[in-house]
Write a protein that binds this ligand. Structure first.
Ligand code: FES
Ligand SMILES: [Fe+2]
Length: 385
């Protein structure tokens, strides 16, 4: 058993959240969306910490991120969400191209300096890179490349996106708990019997046998877990289902759960779909969860197989929503307790070691940043702690 490293006040204090916005969300690479969602002329507006950003692809297809503020007189350019069409300011109608340069200005004679040098009036831009379909944004000017920041998770996300080009299920919902409560809940299976007795415990192929989850802590920030499927179930699946539903790009024989610090989780069973969740603080005691399930393409699928996989996906979505509701309800209870808590948590050996890993990364980044001259911890900037 170890003592937790996060003070109860850090889960409930609005001023502490402000520090997280600056020192954590303002410094780490944050998952911002999927490349294929931005095909064509689309753009997504979202918040990272306290900063509203626009993500879109430039004419070369590269993802780019901009502050959601017009260069003219500061109007918010576009509302939160996914939109089609070019960026056009609602106030005086300035139009921006894919690289954030103002290219259409009503009554341009009044803005000679802007039309002579539109590049100088580009939208404020942030670092933006992708691992496969997963687009990330870093608000700080200095920092590691996305590949350096992600370590082995770069290869995982790239491979998980191979062929994933459609969202099968998507929802956004608020949960009345601090974002760290929800992340920590996602990092342990200890609560599963008590909270998900009617759901998780019934999943086909995942009934507990001799297989135990294996945790991976190769990176100081991120962690992952794999849990082998029951061999007898897998053999049955390969015999009766696989020939019908066909092949997909990355097949594996386990359930896996990845946490990319600070607020992205990606999970999959066998690799035929990937569940992607982003946890975005609304305020100190509530969090917006954005959930997407990505589907893989199949080769050699029969008509019967198509119906089978449709059924598997439908069951999967229903399962995801049920589990989400159960986790949301228990996280609310944790937050209610945290409102009054006076001591740090205690964390079980083995069972809660991914929570402990998260807390170490978190505490280190926040402590380093507190002592650093710049807003970001020097070590967080190098991608290691
Ligand atoms: S504030 Fe955007 S065009 Fe004027
Ligand atoms: Fe759960």
């Amino acid at each position: 058993m170890t003592m937790g490293l996060i003070e109860p006040a850090w889960y409930r204090d609005p001023q502490w959240l402000q520090r997280e916005h600056e020192q954590l969300f303002g410094c780490c690479w944050i998952f911002a969306g999927l490349l294929f969602e931005l095909d064509g002329n689309g753009h997504r507006v979202m918040t990272i910490g306290a900063t509203e950003i626009i993500v879109q692809r430039d004419s070369g297809g590269r993802p780019r991120a901009f502050l959601n503020v017009c260069s003219h007189r500061h109007a918010q350019l576009s509302p939160i969400g996914l939109h089609g069409g070019p960026l056009r300011c609602p106030y005086h109608g300035w139009v921006y191209d894919r690289a954030g340069v103002p290219v259409g200005i009503p009554q341009p004679q009044a803005f000679a300096a802007v039309t002579a040098d539109p590049q100088a009036h580009r939208l404020t831009e942030f670092a933006c890179e992708a691992a496969g379909q997963f687009v990330f944004v870093r608000l700080s000017e200095q920092g590691p490349s996305l590949a350096d920041y992600l370590g082995d998770e770069y290869a995982f996300l790239s491979r998980a996106s191979s062929g994933s080009d459609r969202v099968l299920d998507e929802f956004e919902a608020p949960v009345s708990a601090n974002w760290k409560v929800i992340i920590e809940n996602a990092l342990e299976g200890y609560h599963v019997p008590a909270v998900h007795g009617q759901t998780f415990m019934q999943v086909d192929g995942m009934q507990r046998g001799i297989e135990v989850p294996v945790d991976v802590f190769d990176h100081p920030l991120h962690s992952s877990m794999t849990h082998a499927a029951a061999p007898a179930w897998l053999a049955r699946f390969d015999r009766s289902m696989a020939p019908k539903i066909g092949r997909w790009p990355w097949r594996f024989d386990h359930y896996t759960h990845h946490h990319v610090f600070p607020n992205l989780t990606v999970t999959s069973f066998l690799g035929y779909s990937f569940h992607v969740q982003r946890f975005d603080p609304i305020d100190a005691t509530s969090t917006r969860v954005h959930s997407r399930t990505l589907g893989a393409p199949f080769e050699g699928q029969t008509e019967v197989g198509a119906k089978l996989i449709e059924r598997i996906y439908a069951d999967g979505h229903a399962f995801t929503h049920r589990v989400f509701d159960e986790d949301g309800a228990i996280c609310r209870r944790v937050q209610a307790g945290l409102a009054q808590a006076r001591r740090r948590a205690v964390l079980g050996d083995g069972l809660e070691q991914r929570v402990a890993h998260f807390q170490r990364a978190y505490a280190q980044i926040m402590a380093d940043a507190t002592g650093a001259e710049r807003g970001c911890a020097a070590d967080a900037q190098r991608g290691k702690i």
